[in-house]
Design a protein around this ligand. Structure first.
Ligand code: HEM
Length: 530
C-alpha cells in the first residue's frame, strides 16, 4: 500500500507529508482521486439540474454516452433500445442529452421541411473518411441551409420520373445477374450459394452502372475482389460507433499525429475520381450519351449552378450514392427474400401472383409495382428490418418540444426516432408487431375484424404510411428512395418469376450484425429455373 494511504485517510497522508516528501505514486493517486471526485461532483450537480432528469433510461446513460457506443459496437443497439422502450415507455433517455422517442405522431414534427430541426454531430464524422485527407460533402451537414444549397442542384435527378430513365440500364444489370446465377449455380447439379452475398454484388454493380456507367465488377468476379464492400462496411461501422461520441473522431480518424480509423475507401474514391476526370476530358468511352447516368446529371448541375457545384462537390455526390445507396438497398432485398422464404405461405402467394402476371425476362418496374402482394411483402420486410436502424438524431429547435405526456423538452436537446423501434410499435402495427405478416398491408386483414371497409382500410394505410420511417422524412428524406425501390421491386419480381428458390436450411435464423445498417450474414439457398 502506498504511503498516501497509511493511517486513517487523509490524516495518515498529511502526517506522512510532514515527515517525508510523497513519492510519485502517491501524487498520481491523489490527483486521480481528486480529479474523479471533482468529475463526480460536476456530474451529480449537472444531473440534479438537468431538464432531462425526469425521463427514464439506463443508469449509465444519464452520465455518459460510452454505454451506447459499446452497444453499437456489439451490434445489438436497436434491439436493446427496443427493449428499453418496452420497459420504460415511449420516451427513453439514452444519453446525457439524448432522448429516444417511440412516438410516431411526432415524425412529422421532427422530420419536416422547415429547416429548423438540425441533424446532430452524429452524422458529421463521415465527411472526411473517404481517403483520410479530402473532405467531401456527403449530405451530412448539420447546417440545414448549407445542406439545402448542396442538395438543390441535383434533387430533380432522383425523382421517380427521372430515375425511370435508368430502367434499360437496370434491365441489363438484372439480365446479367440472372445469367451469372444460372451458369454458376443452376447448371447441372444443384449448388447451394449465398444469395445474400450475390445481392450485395448486384447492388454495388447496379450503383456503379447508374452512377458512372461502370460496374465495379463484383458480379463478373463473383467476389468482393478489391475488398471495397468490406471496407465500406467497416467505415460505416466506424461512423455508427463514433457518432455516439463525435469528439472521439478527432482522436481517432482525424488524429493529425496518428490516424486510428477504419480502412480508407481508396478504391471507391479513386474509381469515382478517375471516371469524373475522364468524363470531363471527353475520354470516358464507356459512357453512351443516349443512356443517362448520375455523373452526367451532376455535370449538368455544375453547368447550371457553377457557384455551388464544383468537382469536389460532384465527388461528394458520387460517393454518397455508393455509400448511402449500395448497402442499404442490398440489405432491403435480402430482408425481402429472407422473410418470404422463411414463410412458405407468403412465398406461395407471392409466386402465384408473380407467375400470373407474366412479367417476361426482366420484370418492368410498372408491372412489378402493380402487384399488391409483392408490395405487401416488400413493405413488411422493410418494417421488420429497416436498412437504417440507428436513431435519426435532431436538435430540438428554439421553440422546444412538447411531448404527449405534457412534458417539455428544451431547445438544444438531441432527440430522435429509430425506424426499427417505430416499426415495432404495437399501437400502430398491432399486438403482432414483431411478427412478419405481409397481409397487414392488404385490405380486410386486421386481426379481430371480420370485414374492413375500403374507407377504414385507407385510414389504416394512412396511419401506416405516416409511421413508416424506413426512408426518413422531411427535408432530409432519402434522396435515393425511388431509385432504391425500383431496384428492389424489379429484382424480387424477376427472381421469383424465373426461379424456384429454397433456403438451404429453412430453420436457420439469420445472423445480423447491426451498426448503422443491420447487415445480414449468409442467406444460403438453391435455385431452379422454372
Ligand atoms: C432501400 C434502400 C435505402 C434505404 C432504406 C435508405 C434509408 C435512408 C434513410 C433512413 C435516410 C435518412 C437519414 C436521416 O434522416 O438521418 C436516408 C438518407 C439518404 N439516402 Fe438513403 N436509403 C436507401 C437507399 C439510398 C440510395 C439508393 C441512395 C442514393 C442513390 C441514397 C441516398 C441517400 C442520401 C443522399 C441521404 C441523405 C439525404 C439528405 O440528408 O438530404 N439512399 N436514406
Amino acid at each position: 500500500m502506498s504511503a498516501a494511504f497509511d493511517g486513517a485517510w487523509p490524516y495518515g497522508f498529511l502526517q506522512n507529508l510532514k515527515q517525508q516528501p510523497p513519492d510519485w505514486r502517491s501524487i498520481v493517486l491523489v490527483n486521480l482521486f481528486v480529479g474523479l471526485a471533482v468529475l463526480l461532483s460536476i456530474s451529480v450537480i449537472s444531473e440534479t439540474v438537468s431538464p432531462l432528469r425526469r425521463y427514464q433510461g439506463p443508469f449509465f446513460a444519464k452520465w455518459t454516452n460510452i454505454w451506447r457506443l459499446y452497444l453499437v459496437r456489439t451490434g445489438s443497439y436497436h434491439v436493446e433500445v427496443k427493449k428499453l422502450h418496452d420497459k420504460y415507455g415511449p420516451v427513453v433517455r439514452i444519453g446525457p442529452n439524448l432522448l429516444d422517442l417511440d412516438l410516431p405522431e411526432l415524425i412529422k414534427t421532427l422530420y419536416n421541411t422547415d429547416g429548423k430541426w438540425r441533424k446532430t454531430e452524429f452524422y458529421h464524422n463521415n465527411s472526411a473518411i473517404i481517403n483520410g485527407k479530402t473532405t467531401y460533402h456527403l449530405f451530412s451537414e448539420t447546417d440545414q441551409v448549407e445542406h439545402a444549397r448542396i442538395k438543390r442542384p441535383i434533387v430533380k435527378y432522383y425523382s421517380q420520373s427521372s430515375v425511370g430513365a435508368f430502367e434499360p440500364l437496370m434491365d441489363k444489370v438484372i439480365g446479367d445477374f440472372c445469367k451469372h446465377l444460372e451458369t454458376r449455380f443452376m447448371d447441372g447439379e444443384q449448388k447451394h450459394f449465398d444469395l445474400g452475398q450475390w445481392i450485395a454484388f448486384y447492388s454495388w454493380d447496379m450503383n456503379g452502372a447508374a452512377s458512372f456507367s461502370q460496374r465495379f465488377g463484383y458480379m463478373d468476379n463473383g467476389s468482393d475482389f478489391d475488398k471495397s464492400i468490406d471496407t465500406a462496411d467497416k467505415a460505416l461501422d466506424y461512423f455508427a460507433a463514433v457518432g455516439q461520441m463525435p469528439f472521439l473522431d478527432f482522436l481517432l480518424e482525424k488524429n493529425p499525429i496518428l490516424r486510428i480509423g477504419p480502412p480508407v475507401m481508396g478504391n471507391v474514391a479513386s474509381k469515382a475520381h478517375a471516371y469524373l476526370t475522364s468524363r470531363l476530358q471527353g475520354k470516358d468511352y464507356n459512357f453512351d450519351p443516349k443512356v443517362p447516368d448520375f455523373l452526367q446529371h451532376f455535370i449538368d448541375a455544375k453547368a447550371a449552378h457553377p457557384n455551388v457545384v464544383d468537382e469536389g462537390v460532384i465527388m461528394g455526390y458520387l460517393l454518397v450514392n455508393l455509400i448511402a445507396g449500395a448497402d442499404t438497398t442490398a440489405i432491403t432485398i435480402r430482408a425481402v427474400f429472407y422473410y418470404v422464404l422463411k414463410n412458405p405461405d407468403a412465398y406461395r402467394k407471392l409466386e402465384d401472383e408473380v407467375l400470373a402476371a407474366q412479367l417476361g425476362e426482366v420484370a418492368s418496374f410498372g408491372a412489378a409495382r402493380a402487384l399488391p402482394y409483392l408490395e405487401a411483402v416488400v413493405r413488411e420486410a422493410m418494417r421488420m428490418h429497416p436498412a437504417v436502424c440507428m436513431l435519426l438524431e435532431r436538435y430540438v429547435p428554439e421553440s422546444g418540444l412538447s411531448l404527449p405526456d405534457g412534458s417539455y423538452v428544451p431547445p438544444g436537446t438531441a432527440v430522435g426516432i429509430n425506424p426499427y423501434v417505430v416499426g415495432r410499435n404495437q399501437l400502430i402495427w398491432g399486438d403482432d408487431a414483431d411478427v412478419y405478416r405481409p397481409e397487414r398491408w392488404l385490405r380486410g386483414h386486421t386481426p379481430g375484424t371480420k370485414t374492413e371497409t375500403e374507407e377504414s382500410y385507407r385510414e389504416r394505410l394512412r396511419l401506416f404510411n405516416a409511421s413508416d420511417l424506413t426512408f426518413g422524412g422531411g427535408s432530409r428524406v432519402c434522396i435515393g428512395r425511388s431509385f432504391a425501390l425500383m431496384e428492389v421491386y424489379k429484382i424480387v419480381a424477376t427472381l421469383v418469376a424465373r426461379y424456384r428458390i429454397e433456403l438451404t436450411d429453412p430453420r436457420r435464423e439469420w445472423d445480423v450484425t447491426a451498426s448503422w445498417f443491420p447487415r445480414q450474414k449468409g442467406l444460403m439457398c438453391h435455385m431452379h429455373p422454372r
